[in-house]
Design a protein around this ligand. Structure first.
Ligand code: NAI
Length: 460
């Protein structure tokens, strides 16, 4: 067992925990991470990275199917699932090797095992007590299940979906959030008949409804069935698959049911309540610098209420490390966390929805630029649009407070959108910057030109 006292003792080595460790080590602090499974956490092993690898395979399937439209004689004859997993796992393995090297290179100790908070400065792992001047909770989240719906080989969560050894012929996806939409997209690309069942009136309910409508239309064109405001009554495995009954009497038979109804914080059974750490429905309450209600204990990532995204976890980790080191870092602003759903087409957004901007500023102005006018999008044969939200009425020159995009590859545009919104830029500040031609970035530039009152490639 390594030295039992560190300046910073971190429970959980996912994006939040390891980012905190790296930044704390850079600042000269001694660091220990306690990790029950593998460094990298859900993101690297059961989340972002494997899911995006599967979605990349799905994109290649789409390209192969569409080959003739681009002058390529190609024929899709199926997905080699074993090869898909080999590719996906090789990506994970390379990143895991890099991460362990990075953590080791910073002199960070990693202790394997399931840890539990004993007091504000002590974590117990398999009978050994480790202490830290500061303790950082970074235990992440797990897929939620639904009481009365038994998980098994036919009713699965994203954990199992990432390692399926077949492509379903038919699938029901319960939950039209990010996970449900990404799997629906990937499976549909690979040939499955997919039905998405969402309880709320819109899929991707936290996005601007404009994005949901665009995506719903695109998915319907792809043959994906979307049932919104739909209530699940029962789901039962059968000999050959699963039967999903809805409250309105409809019944759907499928090979698989994916339950994608959100992720719960992993905060139970690790001594948090016993030590007086304030929780809200299982999430750890923190101040903007990631301090919990108990002095010396911090929390980062998915266990903190707000968007459960790896990059928010990274930022929380950095903020916690800098706070522990006595600095005053800029807190993470949840509404400025960029969001990308890697479906076909993609949905990417940052900042306020139109409705939220109206609410906050009393008035909002929007411009929508259709990718039909963007050369690169036409070359790629993608459709979609970009909506930019500005604070204030049409005659006011308010800052850009939201960008919402739908279309293949628009996730790659989120960086510029984020800088514009994060810096509270005016459209007239951004409009003079050139964008390489032909690129999809030009669509953002065109939207800014239009918002600044001088549209170029647009009818007005
Ligand atoms: P989510 O909270 O995004 O969506 C769950 C959806 O399920 C909601 O729309 C909810 O209304 C619906 N729902 C809940 N109970 C239901 C029921 N009984 N019947 C029908 N619908 C029901 O959760 P999701 O998609 O599981 O993702 C979990 C987290 O992981 C999210 O916070 C997400 O941001 C993150 N994630 C992010 C990704 C990305 O950034 N690309 C990819 C995958 C996950």
């Amino acid at each position: 067992m390594p030295g039992s006292h560190s300046d910073v003792l971190i429970l959980g080595g996912g994006p939040g925990g390891y980012a905190c460790a790296l930044r704390a080590a850079q600042l000269g602090l001694s660091v220990t991470i306690v990790e029950a499974e593998k460094l990298g956490g859900t993101c690297l092993h059961r989340g972002c990275v494997p899911a995006k690898a599967i979605l990349h395979t799905a994109e290649i399937v789409e390209n192969v199917r569409a080959g003739a439209a681009f002058g390529v004689l190609s024929q899709f004859s199926g997905v080699d699932v074993a090869a898909l997993h080999e590719y996906k796992n090789s990506v994970i393995d390379r990143l895991y090797t890099g991460l362990t090297g990075l953590v080791g290179g910073h002199g960070i100790e990693v202790v394997s095992g399931h840890g539990r908070l004993v007091d504000a400065h002590t974590i117990e792992v398999a009978g050994t007590h480790l202490t830290g001047t500061a303790v950082v909770l970074a235990t992440g989240s797990r897929a939620r299940s639904i009481p009365g719906i038994p998980l098994g080989s036919r009713i699965i969560t994203s954990d199992e979906a990432l390692n399926l050894d077949f492509v379903p012929g038919t699938a029901v996806v319960l939950g039209g959030g990010v996970i449900g939409i990404e799997f629906a997209s990937a499976w549909a690309s690979m040939g499955a008949q997919v039905t998405v069942v969402e309880a709320l009136p819109h899929i991707l309910a936290t996005e601007d409804p404009w994005c949901s409508e665009q995506l719903t239309r695109a998915f319907r064109r792809r043959g994906i069935t979307i049932l919104t405001a739909a209530e699940l009554a029962e789901a039962k495995p059968t000999d050959t698959g699963v039967t999903v009954d809805l409250a309105d009497g409809r019944s759907i038979a499928a090979d698989l049911l994916l339950v994608a109804v959100g992720r719960a914080p992993r905060t139970d059974g690790i001594g948090l309540e016993d030590n007086g750490i304030e929780l809200d429905r299982g999430f750890v309450v923190t101040d903007p610098h990631q301090r919990t209600s108990v002095d010396g204990v911090y929390a980062v990532g998915d266990i903190v209420p707000g968007p459960q995204l790896a990059h928010r976890g990274f930022q929380h980790g950095i903020v916690a490390a800098e706070t522990i080191a006595g600095l005053t870092p800029t807190p993470t602003a949840d509404h400025l966390v960029p969001r990308v759903t890697y479906s076909h087409p993609e949905v990417a957004s940052v900042g306020l929805t139109e409705a939220a901007a109206h609410e906050r500023y009393g008035a909002a102005t929007t411009v929508t630029y259709d990718l039909a006018g963007n050369a690169k999008s036409q070359i790629l044969k993608t459709t979609g649009a970009i909506k930019v939200v500005r604070a204030g009425g049409p005659d006011q020159d308010g800052p850009v407070v939201g960008v919402h995009m739908v279309g293949d590859r628009v996730g790659e545009l989120i960086g510029e959108a984020q800088l514009t919104v994060g810096w509270e830029a005016l459209a007239s500040d951004v409009a003079p910057f050139l964008h390489a031609h032909p690129s999809q970035h030009e669509a953002l530039g065109e939207a800014m030109l239009a918002l600044a009152g001088k549209p170029l490639h647009a009818h007005w």
